[in-house]
Design a protein around this ligand. Structure first.
Ligand code: FCB
Length: 459
């Protein structure tokens, strides 16, 4: 047997050995802008990503989400893939400007109709919808009046959340307010890599973050009011942060980075206050944080969703003063996005959050590997053993966290299909299924087959 065949065999043996409790949910995740297309179909309003991707040079390969995977029309193909893998849950997001084109006022019946059809079909197939209300596609109209720099946007979000849940909440039992406020606040307002593209440094990142968290806090009771009995949570991206060396300067920089990326959100949501060290460090750059805001943000939640991909190894440097950090890349394995592959990070993240914040339930809402775009081989199959291995490696760690008492209730792979990966366009892909960019036909990859086997074993 060749070395390759041996390593595939041992991977498949490790996959077969994974067992999870019968109630553990296996699913795949996507987001509206990354898959739907239908940019202006049926009365959809413009989003900040529709606008941002028009700017020359901001997307690696010049692509946009105008068509993406055309899931607006091909959603039955997406559901067929979920069925093929035997997954019991699907995490997707609603496009706010499809639901409510101007971000305020009138809802769009045709936009609602799209999600109605999708949700009904999922339920018919016994697949549970986990719905995110905001995965980064803010209505451009709201951006024009200040977007996440404007406190009012938080109120507009809470209004929209209530309206959306009022029409879909009879069937959807898991609601997420925001996906990764750290990423959209900082990449969109501090660094300018994502929409709306502001490079306003720490001042921008903190203002957008605070208003996003306020939006979350204002929305939670409105969601509960519109759909009593449903589970409500937030999805945070979680980076395990390690200092590059034991030097006190590196350790302090890692602590600062970890403070804005992890503790800022976790402390606000679970402890009702922002971390003192960050407030002190960034005094003078803070937005208007009113005394009552802390209690508004710290709503009791039914679950925390954690998106975990990698470890961040941080040393002292000059990025984003006064955070003054530098990301370093220790020797190791890296993905096509240059993210370190370090499977222990998922267990470390779960154990840390359980110990310090104790959410009632935790879902891994995203985890996956970016590779360069793959092509089907001569036999028509898309063979991506690196992605299958990544999933098995990380699920082994999740099962260790479970064994140590962390209440982790499910795992969603990012992502169902090769899609529009934000600033990277289509140059790197995370899909369990390949999408032919010409025909948009979907085809399950090897990693999807393996993931499906694990999901079936575990059920
Ligand atoms: C996360 C996003 C998701 C996807 C993955 C790779 O930050 O939530 O949309 O782009 O990263």
């Amino acid at each position: 047997m060749s070395n390759n065949a041996k390593s595939v065999q041992s991977l498949e043996e490790r996959a077969a050995a994974l067992h999870f409790p019968a109630s553990f949910r296996f699913g795949a995740a996507t987001s509206s802008y990354q898959i739907e297309g239908g940019m202006d179909a049926d009365g959809k309003g413009e989003s900040i990503w529709d606008r941002f991707t028009r700017r020359p040079g901001v997307i690696n390969d010049g692509s946009s989400g105008d068509v993406a995977c055309d899931s607006y029309h091909r959603w039955p193909d997406d559901i067929a893939l979920l069925r093929e893998m035997g997954l019991g849950s699907y995490r997707f997001s609603l496009s706010w400007p499809r639901m409510q084109p101007d971000g305020r006022g009138k809802m769009n019946a045709k936009g609602i109709g799209y999600y109605d059809r999708l949700i009904d079909a999922l339920l018919r197939d016994g697949i549970e919808p986990f719905v995110t209300l905001y995965h980064w596609d803010l209505p451009q109209e709201l951006q024009d009046s200040g977007g996440w720099y404007d406190r009012e946007t938080a109120h507009r979000f809470a209004d929209y959340a209530e309206l959306a849940v009022a029409v879909l909440g009879d069937r959807v039992k898991h609601w997420t307010t925001l996906n990764e406020p750290w990423t959209f606040a900082w990449s969109g307002h501090a660094c300018g890599e994502d929409a709306p593209g502001f490079a306003d440094g720490v001042r921008g990142g903190l203002a957008a973050s605070h208003h996003a968290l306020l939006a979350h806090g204002l929305a939670v009771p409105r969601i509960r009011g519109a759909a009593p009995g449903s589970d409500v949570g937030i999805v945070l991206d979680f980076n395990v942060v390690h200092a590059a060396t034991d030097a006190s300067t590196d350790m302090a920089a890692a602590r600062r980075f970890e403070g804005v990326q992890n503790r800022w959100y976790l402390d606000a949501v679970f402890k009702g206050s922002y971390p003192e060290d960050i407030l002190k460090l960034c005094a003078g750059l803070l937005p208007d944080i009113r005394p009552e805001d802390n209690a508004t943000i710290a709503q009791p939640l039914d679950y925390l969703g954690m998106n975990v991909y990698r470890r961040s190894v941080i040393g002292a440097g000059s990025d984003l003063p006064p955070l003054n950090f530098a990301r370093t890349n220790p020797p190791g394995r890296y993905s096509a996005l240059n993210w370190e592959i370090w499977p222990q990070c998922i267990r470390e993240a779960l154990e840390y959050v359980h110990r310090d914040y104790a959410p009632q339930q935790i879902f891994i809402t995203e985890n996956g590997l970016a590779t360069l775009a793959e092509r089907p081989g001569a036999d028509g199959r898309v063979f991506d053993p690196a992605r299958a291995e990544y999933i098995v490696d990380h699920l082994e760690q999740v099962s260790k966290a479970l064994a140590s008492g962390v209440p982790v209730k499910g795992y969603f792979a990012w992502t169902l299909i090769d899609n529009f990966e934000w600033a990277y366009g289509h140059s790197a892909q995370f899909g369990l299924a390949h999408v032919d960019r010409r025909t948009l036909d979907r085809r399950l990859k090897y990693s999807g087959e393996i993931f499906g086997q694990i999901a079936r074993n575990g059920r």
